[in-house]
Design a protein around this ligand. Structure first.
Ligand code: GDP
Length: 460
């Protein structure tokens, strides 16, 4: 099967809904329209990029399958740059399966996850950074996360990279001319000229982008938070109190959530994925021990732990034991049940947990939560890198590529300063450019592409 096969998939989420869409891309779209669609009324002409009302019929029996709106979009002004067909029908499993089945019976194969977008990329409609942004737009959980991915989709990051690329390519071209025509009277590139471009223009921008990665990643993926503590200190109550005020509007997309029990809350635009943990305690019970292992595993993978203590009671050895298991993590000590101990000094707690932030709250009365939320965000978001404040890197892949690029640029500068020759400079800049090309998809290896597009849902 070559990439130019026609592909089809249901493009809407599974389950009952108002509308379901079967989407097709490739040469077969015109044929399928003629074969499966009957416009209502006498006029059977189909115009590109227009919605037509009619029926999908089984061509063998003439049976009307469903009343639909159909759009046939002829290449190249389409998502994939191929012919695209979209059939909007009623969204029920049987209807969608039947229509998709008819399409597949007529020389079309099922699309792989992300294959529509992959074609858009392969046909030059999107560069890789923008194609990846498509996933992020779909999965964005807060308005700020959406803003970052949406600007990346519109090309903000790509444009920034293009500017860097132009600086480097321009330098390289001049170096190459100087190498190829040494005796000619070409304008020789003096190190005093190349160094500032590399050192003052290219490198700082690379560094700024790389530094934005930590915030960008958290904005995209969310911060994984675990709430831990011995039984009855108020973990569930705290989770509920936080959820009541801040539950993210968008629930996690199926398949993105690896942990079974996870709730997403939106704190100043930063998605926090709160992972529910069974109580941490030493136990002989086999089942409880297994759940303990899961809990430990979740704690391992968390970015932040909220360590809840009941400050209306003395700390117990059990509290201490829980603390020992999480103390290597970034953590906030939550002194709960403030309504019961109000007025008491936090000093004893500060002496025990000296290096950690301590926030008094009452989960029951929902007091102290603002301070807690503020602390949670402050643990991660650096000033100046608040969500949505600028173009951000959201992917490790991008950061890696820019790291490689900046290493070569730094090497070029070092070599220039040590009086290295033009050949060396051309090579260094060439490597730096290659690293950028991997990011934008110009020279990305096939298996990396496959990995990227397999993260999409089917039909995207
Ligand atoms: P978990 O076992 O740690 O999840 O604790 P729960 O959330 O189930 O709470 C245990 C008990 O403490 C419940 O009876 C709660 O109502 C109570 N509780 C939780 N938070 C507070 C609080 O801030 N103040 C008071 N007075 N009681 C609380």
């Amino acid at each position: 099967m070559s990439d130019s096969d026609s592909i089809a998939a249901v493009a809407t989420p599974p389950g009952e809904g108002a509308i379901g869409i079967v989407r097709v891309s490739g040469d077969r779209c015109g044929y399928l329209t003629a074969r499966l669609f009957r416009r209502s009324g006498r006029d059977q002409t189909i115009e590109s990029h227009r919605l037509h009302y009619g029926y999908i019929v089984d061509p063998d029996t003439g049976e009307r399958i469903d009343e639909v709106l159909l759009a046939l979009m002829r290449a190249p002004r389409t998502y994939t740059r191929e012919d695209v067909l979209e059939i909007q029908c009623h969204s029920g499993r049987a209807v969608l399966e039947r229509i998709l089945g008819l399409v597949l019976d007529n020389g079309v194969r099922p699309a792989e996850p992300g294959e529509f977008t992959k074609r858009a990329f392969l046909n030059g409609r999107l560069d890789l950074a923008r194609a990846e942004a498509v996933i992020d737009v779909v999965k964005a959980q807060t308005r700020e996360a959406l803003a970052v991915s949406s600007s990346q989709l519109q090309g903000a990051l790509s444009e920034k990279l293009e500017i860097l690329r132009t600086h480097l390519a321009h330098l390289k071209a001049r170096v190459e001319v100087a190498i190829d025509f040494p005796e000619d009277d070409v304008e020789i590139l003096a190190p005093e000229e190349a160094i500032p471009i590399l050192e003052e223009t290219v490198l700082p921008e690379l560094v700024r982008l790389m530094e934005s990665f930590e915030s960008g990643r958290l904005l995209r993926d969310g911060i994984k938070v675990v709430i831990v503590g011995r039984p009855n200190v108020g973990k569930s109550s705290l989770l509920n109190a936080l959820l009541q005020q801040n539950r993210a509007i968008v629930t996690p997309y199926p398949g993105t959530t690896r942990d079974s029990v996870e709730e997403v809350i939106n704190l100043s635009g930063v998605p926090m994925r709160i992972i529910d943990t069974a109580g941490l305690r030493d136990t002989d019970d086999e089942i409880e021990r297994m759940s303990l292992e899961t809990t430990k595993d979740r704690i391992q993978r968390a970015d932040l732990a909220l360590f809840v203590v009941d400050y209306s009671e003395n700390l117990t050895p059990e509290d201490q034991s829980v603390f020992r298991q999480i103390q290597a993590k970034p953590l906030i000590v939550v002194a709960n049940k403030q309504d019961l101990w109000n007025g008491a000094s936090l000093d004893p707690l500060k002496r025990v947990f000296e290096d950690h932030r301590i926030v008094p709250v009452s989960a029951l009365e929902s007091t102290g939560l603002d301070e807690l939320k503020k602390s949670m965000v402050e643990e991660f978001v650096r000033p100046g890198l608040e969500p949505g404040s600028q173009i951000m890197l959201t992917r490790f892949r991008h950061k890696e590529a820019l790291e490689r690029c900046s290493e070569h640029v730094a090497e070029a500068v070092a070599n220039l300063k040590q009086g290295g020759g033009l050949d060396m400079l051309a090579a260094d800049i060439g490597w730096a450019l290659k690293a950028l090309d991997v990011l934008t998809g110009e020279t990305t290896p096939e298996e990396v592409l496959d990995r990227i597009f397999s993260q999409f849902c089917i039909g995207k």
